[in-house]
Design a binder for this molecule. Structure first.
Ligand code: SF4
Ligand code: SF4
Ligand code: FES
Length: 879
């Protein structure tokens, strides 16, 4: 439990543990009640125990701390007014807390040359106080190899060996981990605003299925930065760089800002003209809707209500829809626990079966890394009385020992560096290895016929490690387009449970709300295609979905050509919006409210950060309910508040029971007060619009949440789903999150946000799958095409951010060495592939570990159309 006293510190970080390096957290410790002199100790290096007697306000301890910060400040530039960290700086807070306010050191300060570290992180080394947090985080916690400490004595340097882009996809966390302004957010710098001048709201990352909690912040109608919003069970203290820096699509010039009716004079229309035009379309008896895994549950459900359940489809192909439903059904069955990221981090053995989580779910890879490191530590601590928080000593003890990770994949991954067992194979063969593992854990499950030595020997090692663990976790996903993998992952987890372990299962989904859509049991795009073929004069409403990103172009073209009316709701222009007859601007996550269901089955709410530029940019669900009113011929269909919609979802689909409890209703008040989006230090509100009117306007009204667009309101303990920013008296940096936790590093006070829609049903006997895949057999002159995910480039919306774009690879095709030889191609030479009559010419990368007969093509990259993933294609050398 935290008692909430204030004590300065630098080198300690709740996720990194204690090393006792900075000497800033000194306190006095007394032997017993007779000891009146006591001795100075570093509080971060003392465990709490019965009878412990300490003083944090002892005069000697105070003087010691003041002295330490005076040393640290001798070389620190007094450049707070021009430092990006100023006003939200841990060093400033600690300097004030310690009482250091006068510089006695009259000599020249030490200076350094700064480095170029890429598009995300700005470097300003003069501000360093040598706390070592950056290296401990980047190198030890996140496993990055290219940032370290150089030189010695009073000249230590934290950076890269030479200028260059930071290689870790978790580099953005340096901006929060570094207690000073050495590492700062370069994207914020591009449109810099003091943190206290930002308008912020609680949000959810939109760029993969994990649903990391974020704080999204705005000034002058632009989204300006994303920072971490602590969630004990989801993302903890960290985000990946795609989540942190992929926000700039909101500010894109490519935004749709006005309703458009195409092929008529004056295409931009107002709401009345739009609704008049839509009247006939929404009353078409052959109206269908295409949902989206990147749209909120509210928007998908609303479209389903408008078009009718049987006329609502997903914008993904049959195979993908089937696999995602399969994964959702397995998790919903409750036969195994759907593991949270925290549970993955705490697992004592992890098996990743056929999912490249480094690229498809980056923060999960970071969680797996912690599992591997912590398991080694906890094993070592069995034989010594060292406390687990004693980071340096534990690392000394552990040396190179690691916990168990088996990473079974198509090709190598950066996670392999910490894996005890790796195996590269075709999806079927990975599934066979999975089945062999399940059989070894539970012999009543079918054995794998003709498994071979490679599968048997690895199955033996992996099965033993999982059985030796108490809390193993199995991770898989749909990116290999293979059902047998999904089934094998379940069988292993369920077999471990039956054998008395507390196993977890985690499936990775492709998009931020794929799980929500899968739980809605919606038909695939192919069913919509068949429908349009059967029925003439169909009208379609497409919700926030660039179909060309998910479905091969030929198929989408055929579908759209068969539709009489095409209505598209989206936030950015794309290939699908080009085909729209009616185009309607949709709010992004920053301009609206909604719920997403993450891969774990946790419903989480994002709230409006700022009012959009004009009244046309509203949530898709609001547009759809306007259409519903038109369809019903009046007001009947109107939904007035988001919670009303959530109750409708609960009534219509019991699988979402509890979702209305994700966040307080719009009329929630604390002592009659709303929750301010702006900190009390917010400046400029009387002047910000002075060019229009010198009288301060009435604050904007938000009708959907208890948050207000003011700095006035309730400033005490908030329901955790509504926390718009972390701040506490004397704690202006993100470190103030400590004051919001029940105990340091624990759950937020009042419980972490979100509602888990799935629950394990203890004692229920699992129904195992009996299916064993046949081995993968390459075909003559045909290749099995699968997607290769990239942290930067594969997520559709994030790719609009300049930094993410800069980091995205160029399109390529990966071939096995054998296939390359047979085709007579070398690295860099080109081959052409044909998908639905369209030809793509791509440069070759030869991947030695890739199985013959399989090709990998990056998914989602700019300029890359959707492929027919999980199918056999032909390929030719380009001469
Ligand atoms: S760069 Fe920042 S985190 Fe690293 S040692 Fe210096 S002050 Fe600490
Ligand atoms: S992209 Fe995924 S892993 Fe990265 S911050 Fe967003 S939700 Fe988390
Ligand atoms: S926080 Fe640095 S010595 Fe305790």
């Amino acid at each position: 439990m935290s008692l909430g006293f204030d004590l300065p510190y630098f080198c300690w970080h709740p996720a990194l543990g204690s090393v006792g390096a900075c000497r800033q957290c000194a306190i006095k410790m007394f032997r017993d009640e007779k000891d009146t002199s006591g001795k100075i100790v570093m509080s971060c290096m003392e465990g709490v125990r019965d009878g412990l007697r300490i003083s944090i306000n002892d005069t000697t301890a105070n003087a010691f701390r003041e002295q330490v910060i005076e040393w640290l400040m001798t070389n620190h530039p007094h450049d707070c007014p021009v430092c990006d960290e100023g006003g939200s700086c841990h060093l400033q807070d600690m300097t004030v807390m310690t009482g250091h306010d006068y510089r006695r050191y009259n000599y020249k300060k030490r200076t350094y040359r700064n480095q170029y570290l890429g598009p995300f992180i700005h470097h300003e080394m003069n501000r360093c106080i040598q706390c070592y947090r950056c290296v401990r985080y980047y190198h030890e916690y996140a496993g990055g190899e290219d940032l370290n400490v150089f030189a010695a004595h009073n000249h230590v340097y934290f950076g890269r060996e030479k200028d260059g882009v930071l290689q870790s996809p978790f580099s953005g966390n340096l901006a929060e981990v570094c207690p000073t302004g050495v590492f700062t957010d370069k994207t914020l710098k591009e449109h810099y605003t003091r943190k206290w001048d930002l308008t912020s709201a609680p949000s959810i990352c939109q760029h993969c299925s994990l649903g990391c909690n974020t704080i999204a912040s705005e000034r002058y109608g632009e989204l300006r930065c994303i920072s971490n919003r602590y969630h004990h069970d989801v993302n903890g203290y960290f985000l990946c760089d795609r989540g942190r820096f992929g926000y700039e699509f909101v500010n894109s010039e490519n935004r749709i800002t006005q309703p458009i009716i195409r092929n008529r004079v004056g295409e931009s229309v107002d709401e009345k003209e739009l609704m008049d035009h839509l009247k006939e379309i929404v009353n078409n008896p052959r109206l269908v809707g295409i949902g989206s895994a990147r749209a909120s549950l509210e928007s998908n459900f609303s479209l389903m209500q408008l078009v009718g359940r049987e006329n609502f489809y997903q914008g993904i192909n049959d195979d993908q829809a089937y696999l995602e439903k399969r994964m959702a059904d397995i998790l919903q069955s409750g036969a195994v626990n759907s593991a949270s990221l925290k549970e993955i981090e705490q697992a004592d053995a992890v098996l990743v079966l056929g999912e490249d989580i480094w690229n498809s779910a980056p923060i999960m890879a970071l969680a797996v890394r912690q599992s591997v490191m912590k398991t080694a530590a906890s094993d070592a601590l069995q034989t010594t009385p060292l406390p687990a928080w004693h980071d340096a000593a534990v690392k000394e003890l552990v040396q190179e020992e690691k916990g168990f990770l088996a990473n079974i994949n198509l090709v190598p991954s950066p996670l392999d560096a910490i894996a005890g067992c790796t195996h590269y194979a075709a999806p079927e063969d990975m599934a066979r290895l999975g089945a062999a593992i399940a059989h070894r854990i539970n012999s009543s499950l079918p054995a794998v016929p003709k498994a071979g030595e490679s599968i048997e020997s690895k199955a033996k090692i992996i099965a033993k490690a999982l059985q030796d663990a108490k809390h193993p976790v199995i991770i898989s996903g749909a990116s290999c387009y293979n059902e047998a993998l999904i089934k094998a992952a379940f069988n292993i987890a369920a077999a471990l449970n039956t054998a008395g372990r507390k196993a977890g299962l985690s499936y990775v989904f492709p998009d931020c709300n794929s799980m929500g859509l899968a739980m809605m049991h919606v038909s695939s795009f192919e069913k919509a295609v068949e429908r349009v073929k059967r029925e003439k004069d169909t009208a379609v409403i497409i919700l926030e979905n660039d179909l060309y990103k998910n479905i091969p172009a030929g198929k989408v073209d055929a579908f759209l050509q068969g539709c009489k009316n095409i209505v598209v709701l989206d936030s950015l222009h794309n290939h699908t919006t080009e085909k729209a007859h009616v185009l309607i601007p949709a709010a992004t996550f920053a301009e609206g409210d909604g719920n997403l269901v993450n891969n774990e089955g946790r419903a989480q709410r994002f709230m409006q950060v700022f009012m959009p530029k004009n009244n046309y940019i509203i949530e898709s669900w609001k547009w759809i309910w306007k259409m519903k009113a038109v369809q019903a011929g009046g007001e009947n269909g109107k939904v007035h508040h988001s919670e009303e919609l959530l109750s409708k979802i609960e009534t219509a689909m019991p699988q979402f029971a509890g979702i209305s409890g994700v966040a307080p209703a719009h009329d929630f008040r604390i002592h009659g007060q709303l929750i301010p989006r702006e900190p009390h230090r917010y400046s400029g509100r009387t002047a910000i619009l002075a060019n229009i009117n010198v009288s301060e306007p009435k604050p904007l009204q938000d009708e959907d949440s208890p948050l207000t667009y003011t700095m006035e309101g309730y400033a005490g303990l908030l329901p955790s789903a509504t926390i718009p920013f972390f701040w506490s008296p004397g704690w202006n940096s993100i470190q103030s999150v400590n004051k919001y936790q029940q105990e340091v590093g624990g759950a937020l006070r009042g419980g972490d946000p979100g509602v888990r829609l799935l629950n394990e049903k203890p004692g229920s006997a699992p129904v195992f799958f009996q299916y064993i895949a046949d081995p993968f057999v390459p075909k003559q002159k045909k290749w099995f095409i699968l997607p290769q995910y990239h942290v930067f480039g594969s997520a559709e919306l994030a790719a609009y951010s300049p930094g993410i774009k800069e980091q995205s690879p160029d399109p390529y095709i990966k071939l096995s060495k054998k296939d390359a030889e047979e085709l007579g191609v070398t690295n860099g030479s080109k081959v052409s592939i044909k998908i639905y009559e369209r030809e793509y010419s791509l440069p070759v990368i030869i991947q030695n570990e890739l199985g013959a007969g399989i090709v990998l093509v990056p998914i989602g990259l700019e300029g890359m159309a959707a492929m027919n993933w999980g199918a056999w294609i032909t390929m030719e050398k380009v001469n």
